[in-house]
Design a protein around this ligand. Structure first.
Ligand SMILES: *[C@@H]1O[C@H](CO)[C@@H](O)[C@H](O)[C@H]1NC(C)=O
Ligand SMILES: *[C@@H]1O[C@H](CO)[C@@H](O)[C@H](O)[C@H]1NC(C)=O
Ligand SMILES: *[C@@H]1O[C@H](CO)[C@@H](O)[C@H](O)[C@H]1NC(C)=O
Ligand SMILES: [Zn+2]
Length: 492
């Protein structure tokens, strides 16, 4: 395919717009050494800003101390990360949630009374007089570690329970949101002159343009419009886009490079993410909206309580491809050229040729490349093979073959020879050994990238269920073959 894109003549998306990489540290936060290794590579590919979402990895102090995870980064860690980013000429945009997605704070006993709904620790109640001082303190602590920040992302997305408590139900829905965000934004502007507050756009996307246009919000904040779908226009009607363009001086846009497929994904779907980014470029083509920056988001969990999704090292190919696409300075660029740049950024063999379609079905194409994280990328591919073999074994023994089904187990009624034979011919024992080796060797490989807590979490979420499955199959089999006398039919 030699499609030519003309996206850099897009009116509002220029070489001055930021190319932003989102670091979501709320799941499997990388070791600093790994980030240090990555930053120059990101910079070399055109990334000139980081959107850093610390969540509970931020070193909160004072009354907020318990909001930090026990393995949070230290103040010194954060300063080192910021100085490396600074050396690379990158803008750092800290993100602190201020409305919804405050699970890591509101889950705690001492902060439960700030909740909008007593049983859901997601959002603060904007009608509670104390809320603003809590949030102000979070902002203060964040800004004190980012004294040079020019932007502060306030989150404000996915406020699922709004106007739900008895105080709030008496107020008008969109007014509650706008009033609260205006209050926040004014606080930031007053206290930190020169700092521009940013919010995710999804809440206001649902409301009437007239209402928002007439609100002071439009001059206080810059919206970050996020769509991760393959077809941006499906989730973002053009009239909204034009309205944003008329209403806000600058608009940020956000696609994804990981963490947007399934909450349990282990490898990013490069094709879907690439199509999402292309769709964005086409979408903004020829619209006069000023694009402040294009963000590649990389979610580590869907929310504070969710399991881990794709790890950062496994997602480097997807991230580098996204950067190769959005950072090109040429006016015309073909897909082949983007792919060539991508290949060389990942240090793949020049003879390696493939397109996105065959990559989807054969992720091993990248196995011989040499990007930071390749050993984890390869380990995860091996994991997928082991997992599917174990699932196939399970289905074969308990559903396809006729001697270890639920019926056999319920009636303790089987042919010991048949079941032993199936167990042997399906390599159940070898699979168990393979899983054990895989667990040990992967744990060792992961230790270069993550701390022991993240490694333990990953192993518990990904390996334990497979061990459990094998263990149960074995126990069931052993129990069934212990019998050597059987009753007459019919069985009861
Ligand atoms: C943090 O949590 C512990 C245990 O629940 C509690 O004793 C302590 O007072 C809390 N710290 C702060 C600063 O609230
Ligand atoms: C994995 O490591 C554990 C603990 O070090 C050890 O007991 C076990 O034998 C190892 N398993 C394999 C298959 O190497
Ligand atoms: C099946 O029979 C064996 C041998 O009598 C016995 O040890 C085992 O507990 C039985 N299992 C069940 C589930 O009844
Ligand atoms: Zn409320």
């Amino acid at each position: 395919m030699h499609l030519v894109w003309y996206f850099l003549c897009v009116l509002g998306f220029t070489s001055k717009s930021f190319r932003v990489v989102h670091l979501d540290l709320k799941g499997a936060p990388p070791r600093l050494g790994y980030l240090r290794q990555l930053l120059p590579l990101l910079a070399a590919q055109g990334c000139d800003a980081l959107l850093i979402e610390y969540e509970d990895m931020f070193p909160y102090t004072g009354r907020l101390a318990n909001a930090s995870a026990l393995n949070a980064y230290t103040r010194k860690d954060v300063k080192r990360l910021l100085s490396w980013a600074h050396d690379m000429g990158m803008e750092v945009i800290p993100l602190v949630q201020t409305f919804g997605h405050l699970e890591y704070v509101l889950k705690l006993e001492e902060f439960r009374h700030y909740r909008e709904l007593p049983s859901f620790p997601q959002e603060v109640c904007p009608s509670n007089e104390d809320t603003m001082s809590l949030i102000e303190e979070m902002i203060e602590q964040m800004m004190s570690l980012h004294p040079d920040a020019k932007y502060l992302h306030l989150g404000c997305d996915e406020v699922f329970h709004i106007a739900a408590c008895s105080k709030c139900t008496q107020r008008h829905l969109s007014k509650i949101y706008a009033r609260y965000v205006i209050q926040l934004a004014e606080l930031v502007r007053k206290k930190y002159p020169g700092v521009t507050p940013i919010i995710w756009d999804d809440m206001m996307r649902q409301w009437s343009p007239q209402y928002i246009s007439s609100s002071p919000l439009t001059s206080l904040i810059e919206p970050m419009v996020w769509v991760y779908a393959e077809d941006v226009s499906k989730l973002l009607p053009h009239y909204i886009w034009h309205w944003y363009g008329k209403t806000f001086k600058k608009v940020w846009i956000a696609g994804a490079y990981k963490g947007a497929t399934l909450p349990t994904s282990v490898v990013p779907d490069i094709e879907v993410h690439f199509k999402n980014q292309i769709s964005w470029l086409n979408y903004i083509d020829n619209t006069p909206v000023q694009i402040k920056g294009f963000v590649l988001t990389g979610w580590s969990r869907y929310d504070h309580f969710a399991v881990l999704c794709e790890l950062l090292p496994v997602s480097i190919p997807s991230l580098f491809l996204g950067l190769s696409l959005i950072s090109r300075k040429h006016k015309h660029i073909t897909q082949t050229e983007v792919f060539n740049i991508w290949h060389s950024s990942m240090r793949c063999s020049p003879s390696l040729k493939f397109d996105l379609h065959n990559l989807k079905f054969e992720p091993r194409y990248l196995s011989s490349c040499n990007f930071p994280g390749i050993e984890i990328y390869n380990a995860i591919l091996q994991y997928l093979t082991i997992k599917s073999n174990i699932e196939a074994l399970d289905i074969s023994l308990t559903e396809k073959k006729g001697w270890m089904t639920k019926y056999n187990v319920d009636h303790n009624y089987t042919s010991p020879w048949r079941i032993l034979e199936d167990y042997r011919s399906l390599n159940a024992h070898q699979l168990q050994q393979e899983l054990g080796h895989f667990k040990n060797s992967t744990e060792l490989k992961l230790s270069k990238y993550f701390d022991q807590f993240s490694i333990n979490e990953w192993i518990e979420q990904k390996i334990f269920p497979l061990e459990f499955k094998l263990h149960n199959l074995r126990k069931t089999m052993e129990n069934l073959i212990r019998r050597d006398v059987w009753p007459r039919r019919p069985l009861r």
